[in-house]
Design a protein around this ligand. Sequence first.
Ligand code: PYC
Length: 335
Amino acid sequence: MKQITLTLDEAYDLAYRVLRHSGFSELHAAAVARNTVNGERDGCASHGLYRIPGCVRTLRAGKVSPDALPTLQDSAPAVVKVDAAGAFSLLAWEKALPLLVEKTQQGGIAALAINRCVHFSALWADIEPLTEQGLVALACTPSHAWVAPAGGTTPLFGTNPLAFGWPRPGKAPFIFDMATSAAARGEIDLHRRAGKSVPPGWGLDSEGRETTDPARILEGAMLPFGGHKGSALAAMVELIAGPLIGDMTSQESLDFDAGAGGLPYGGELIIAMDPRRFLGDEADTHLARSETLFSAMTAQGARIPGERRHRERARSEVEGVTIPAALYQEIVALG
Ligand code: PYC
């Protein structure tokens, strides 16, 4: 496949220009460009520049606000709410972050609900700034009903990612960000675009039969990872980042989309914890014990989630990012 390499600045300028040309405000265009270039930079193609056409498609379908500004609500001692007013989640997250950190540092634990947001971005990007403040964090969001529950064949759950972060002073934080489906939908679509089949177990065709053809899975049903275990986690994400925060389930998001082909619309829940409030003067001692755990993992050849991302980041800062030429042309044609 023909590829093209861009510096991070070139990638940002391209994304920003296309998003502005499509009608996004300066603030939203900058937030989306930053987020997608950071995804590409960190080796996460499914949440990188590949997302730009989807963002533009969602705007053209009238399913995302190009310019709404978020409003913040200090709704309880340990709860922050931010209303994205139908725009992408990114500005709402940036606006709410300082109050979430302040409440977590005061009370030891606090939660943020981002409501009425269109969501496409990787959750590790929301978790990382919390770990940089020495906090432990969890985040999750439903999406569109694309995934059949274990034992079923009809899409009901979203890909429902769940991310967790743990601070490691002086080191890249431990952060995992995983879809509760066998793969992110973007990953399946990237296989389709590359003309590759996917591994067995990722999805079903529209007749409910197992298939490795990504196009048939996208028309049929994705599957949860780990059978009933992934299915239970997906259901949990539906509940705590849906009804608990007064927002949509993945089925409701898809119904709201009404066939327009827009990105998922609903809420995101982020929970942050401050080890210093749990542990007081003993925090450093106990945090050091977590390093013993990580060393025991790497001693067996296991990888620490987040480390590969930081290695890719360092490499991309020097070498730039490489994307398929077809994707580059598709993005250029939008601007
Ligand atoms: O690729 O799984 C995915 C996804 C979720 C929301 C938008 N895309």
